[in-house]
Ligand binder design. Structure first.
Ligand code: ZN
Length: 85
């Protein structure tokens, strides 16, 4: 079961590093892997503005080498976002 879920995720997942792309890909119905910082306000704002929220934080998703798509501070994690239905 895990392998199937993983495959579906891989097929539909795209990785972005900025907010414009994030919104574009969201419109296409994709799952999006994007870096965010440790400020919970960023996640809240993203949810407010795009209706997308964090679905999965994978074990290996720590990320300190990117910038938060929302505030451009250093990221801490790169979770999977999806739009809620
Ligand atoms: Zn941020």
């Amino acid at each position: 079961m895990f392998a199937d879920a993983k495959k579906i995720l891989d097929d539909k997942t795209v990785e972005v590093n900025d907010y414009d792309n994030f919104k574009n890909e969201l419109e296409k119905g994709r799952l999006i892997k994007a870096p965010i910082c440790d400020n919970p306000k960023c996640e809240e704002k993203i949810k407010e503005e795009t209706s997308a929220d964090v679905r999965v934080i994978e074990e290996d998703s720590n990320d300190s080498s990117s910038k938060c798509i929302k505030c451009s501070n250093q990221s801490v994690v790169k979770p999977l976002f999806a739009r809620g239905y």
